[in-house]
Design a binder for this molecule. Sequence first.
Ligand SMILES: NC(=O)c1ccc[n+]([C@@H]2O[C@H](COP(=O)([O-])OP(=O)(O)OC[C@H]3O[C@@H](n4cnc5c(N)ncnc54)[C@H](OP(=O)(O)O)[C@@H]3O)[C@@H](O)[C@H]2O)c1
Length: 227
Amino acid sequence: MKITVIAATGGIGRLLLDQALAAGHEITAVVRNPARLTADGRPLDGVRVVTTDLADADPARLEAAVDGADAVLSGLGARTAADHGVARRGTDAVIRAMQATGARRLVVVSAAPIGTVPTPDRPAPPRHDPGDGFVMRHVLNPLVKAALRAHYADLALMEEEVLGSALDWTVVRPPRLTDRPLTGRYRTAEGRNIRGGRTVPRADVAHLMLHLPEQPRSIRKIVSIAT
Ligand SMILES: NC(=O)c1ccc[n+]([C@@H]2O[C@H](COP(=O)([O-])OP(=O)(O)OC[C@H]3O[C@@H](n4cnc5c(N)ncnc54)[C@H](OP(=O)(O)O)[C@@H]3O)[C@@H](O)[C@H]2O)c1
């Protein structure tokens, strides 16, 4: 497959890149800083790299990056507070580039609590995700949502852009990410979080994202993942 990886220097993004390369796919990597792709800053063999800052993306570069892609897989998210807003803005730019070029399949990564985060279009979301148990509902989620308010607001707006896009999208919602190795053994659920699923390795999220384009039933679905 021809795959475009958005934010290929991130935790999930880099694992997407490595797993897609290992599977023999043809890869285009979209990054803001290509020097982060290798330890010595040299070009990465076998990967076409497109450089653009997704807070203010160059449309022509993004269109070149997604043109002809069988799937566009995005690990984009704010790395620091200075990046807040980039998930919505950057994903909106990716969607426009896909619409301009006719690329259709988009997979993005969001976060498990986002179904309960209000947005201007959905000011009164459900108070609890139906998959969350007592501890998640009443202890962990309130704490993490207070700590990551701006970050989650950005991801909630990103989800709105994706859901409203008319592309063949899938939103992936993981709980807390770890840097543990790939297991390939994880639980998924559609439209609800996973009971007792508190963590998942980034490598497993990348594994799911890479395989979702082979699963047409995941189109226009929100898929939760957890160990
Ligand atoms: N941490 C958790 O436990 C957790 C849990 C659930 C969901 N999530 C969400 O999952 C997503 C992926 O997580 P992660 O840990 O893989 O993220 P990460 O390592 O922080 O990577 C974020 C990626 O976005 C890129 N990026 C940020 N601003 C950009 C800009 N202006 N232009 C271009 N690229 C930009 C970064 O580029 P650089 O490499 O150049 O900085 C990096 O490649 C994030 O949205 C995160 O919030 C995280």
